[in-house]
Design a protein around this ligand. Structure first.
Ligand code: PLP
Length: 345
């Protein structure tokens, strides 16, 4: 099976960890593994003196944790809605009764940063919620620009980097990100089931709300002191995470990102060759979103019959191929050839 979804194909050595007996987690050994994982995480995401909360939950769990613990105590939010994941921030604010203004960004377009500046001055929010990469469209937003706008207005910057961590450059300290979230099945390319909230030093000094028992920041931070989670962690995933983080640190985050970028560029050249339009104004390295010309209604299932998995895009004729898993140029050549064959039937 060749997977171009989240996660993509995973290395055998990481898969094998999932086939072993599961160790007990209330041990000094497991605590040491959690603490080492936290240190490596902070290094990869460039967050000095921050903390990482590990939740046994998919990425949306981390989004929920941020809104229920942080946004709920910090006044008005400002949401970038550039696709279905931006909408999720909006829905979470509605769910928890947080006041918010929403800035709409058209499909696969970049933010109009001058218009954003005007909107921020009008809205005067306390917290800014966005994605670095809006995974539904492939569009990458400019966090350096967003960071500057927020810092100048003393707005807390919260970034959903679930699909951009390890695919596009991300530096929490340099970009002025206060809170950042990610999850296991995207750039880390291990099975789904873990999500992470990275809290900067600045945010750690802030008060938190207590509106979600499982996700409570204070309770989770207290347990983190001893390298534990308050409730049963997905032990196997923590072991796979630790192994993955060691591989990433050994390779170096810049090289990791260059490798993803290389796969993305290779596939985009194939798209150009077949005239499949890539709509994103500034595409993330994470995925290539593209339009096919014909037979879109059968493409997903016909590829699946051949053991190839890509993602339907929610927009007619639009599909997405992830570049986060193990994939060679030959794999991508083959994928493009199969897509073309189906398109021309
Ligand atoms: C995948 C993803 C999520 C979370 O989705 P889950 O299915 O809950 O893991 C959130 N935001 C972005 C940008 C994503 O790519």
């Amino acid at each position: 099976m060749k997977s171009y979804v989240f996660p993509g194909n995973i290395e055998e050595e990481i898969l094998q960890i999932g086939a072993q007996q599961i160790p007990y987690m209330r041990t000094a050994q497991f605590s040491a593994l959690v603490k080492a994982s936290e240190r490596m995480f902070l290094e990869l995401i460039h967050c000095t003196r921050g903390r990482v909360l590990f939740y046994t939950a998919s990425g949306t769990g981390a989004m929920d944790a941020v809104v229920s613990n942080f946004v709920a105590t910090h006044g008005k939010a400002f949401v970038i809605a550039g696709g279905s994941f931006g909408r999720r921030w909006q829905e979470l604010c509605t769910y928890y009764g947080c006041e918010k203004d929403v800035f709409e960004v058209p499909f696969a377009c970049d933010i109009d940063y001058a218009a954003l500046e005007v909107a921020l001055d009008e809205s005067r929010p306390t917290v800014f919620l966005c994605q670095q990469h809006e995974t539904s469209t492939g569009q990458l937003f400019d966090l350096e620009k967003i960071g500057r706008l927020c810092r100048a207005r003393n707005i807390f910057l919260v970034v959903d980097a679930i699909s951009s961590f390890l695919s596009d450059p991300l530096d929490m300290d340099a970009m002025g990100i206060d809170l950042c979230i990610t999850s296991s099945q995207k750039g880390l390319n291990i099975p789904p089931g873990l999500s992470f909230v990275v809290l900067s030093e600045r945010v750690l000094a802030e008060p938190f709300a207590h509106r979600s028992y499982y996700f409570d920041f204070e309770e989770n931070l207290k347990n983190l002191e001893r390298g534990q989670t308050p409730y049963s962690p997905a032990t196997t995933l923590f072991l796979q995470l630790h192994a993955r983080l060691e591989m990433l640190v050994a390779k170096g985050v810049d090289q990791v990102i260059r490798d993803v970028r290389e796969k993305a560029i290779y596939f985009r050249n194939l798209c150009a060759k077949h005239q499949w339009e890539v709509p994103a104004e500034v595409p993330s390295n994470c995925i290539t979103g593209f339009f096919v010309h014909r037979n879109a209604e059968i493409l997903f299932t016909e590829l699946m019959k051949q053991g190839l998995y890509i993602m339907p895009g929610g927009t007619p004729h639009y599909f997405r191929v992830s570049h986060l898993g193990v994939q060679s140029p030959a794999d991508l050549d083959e994928l493009a050839a199969r897509i073309q064959e189906i398109e021309q039937r």
